[in-house]
Ligand binder design. Structure first.
Ligand code: CA
Length: 235
């Protein structure tokens, strides 16, 4: 395998899942290394940092969330959580602590590949200094946000946002492609004292969508992650 293919570290103690990933990822031009325990994962991450981590939350020797904390203390490398259905709460906590995305077991290859593409693209975006985000302009289909002039247009028409709506939108843009939890958005936009006001967030999000989405019932820009939060789609 050529060394320039993205290197994915899979941290998972369940053999069938590792086998499934080993059978599917290399066919799609990813290199794969595997760790069965958290300790092993931390050693591998520090000796050869991967381009992305696929992380099971329930590891035999530690909680996957601890790995997120350790990695986030020095790196923004993308982390995709693998969670079981009974780990909904843990999944949200993992996203809160800086994981990029999640997959609920069982998942399909198609789903996994789509998530990998978005997460790696997000990483490329963060890494490129002369990217549009740096230049102060975000563009996706009919939506254009000039972050320097604070000017939002849809199909060339200026859209007037309230300060809260604008902050919501720019927070999503800063983390485009990443799943942002309700708690994260509330903390970023309203402040740490408001992290439980999910209803408030929903109201402002609905207003924002009405202004920037062609069809707010089928949003193309701000996607809902059911029970978790929102994600800005990258097209
Ligand atoms: Ca497990």
């Amino acid at each position: 395998m050529p060394a320039d293919l993205p290197l994915i570290l899979v941290v998972e103690d369940e053999k069938p899942i590792r086998r499934f990933l080993r059978a599917s990822l290399p066919k799609h031009d990813y290199r794969l290394v595997e760790a069965e325990t958290g300790k092993q994962a931390m050693m591998m991450i520090s000796s050869q940092p991967p381009d992305l981590i696929i992380l099971d939350l329930g590891l035999p020797d530690m909680d996957g969330v601890e790995i997120i904390d350790q990695v986030r203390s020095w790196s923004q490398l993308p982390i995709i959580i693998l969670s079981a259905r009974d780990q909904e709460k843990d999944k949200v906590e993992a996203l809160d602590r800086g994981a990029d995305d999640y997959l609920t077991k069982p998942f399909s290859v198609g789903e996994l590949l789509a998530r990998l593409r978005v997460a790696l693209r997000h990483r490329a975006k963060v890494a490129l200094p002369d990217d549009a985000a740096e230049a102060g302009v975000y563009e996706s289909e009919d939506l254009r946000v000039d972050l320097q002039d604070r000017l939002v247009t849809v199909e060339g028409q200026t859209v007037h946002l309230t300060p809260i709506e604008y902050r919501l939108l720019t927070t999503l843009i800063t983390h485009a492609g990443k799943v942002l939890t309700h708690r994260f958005l509330l903390r970023e936009v309203w402040g740490p004292g408001h992290v439980y006001e999910v209803h408030q967030l929903r109201v402002h999000m609905a207003n924002l969508r009405r202004k920037i989405e062609a069809d707010p019932a089928r949003p193309r820009h701000i996607l809902t992650e059911q029970g978790v939060g929102y994600r800005l789609g990258m097209t």
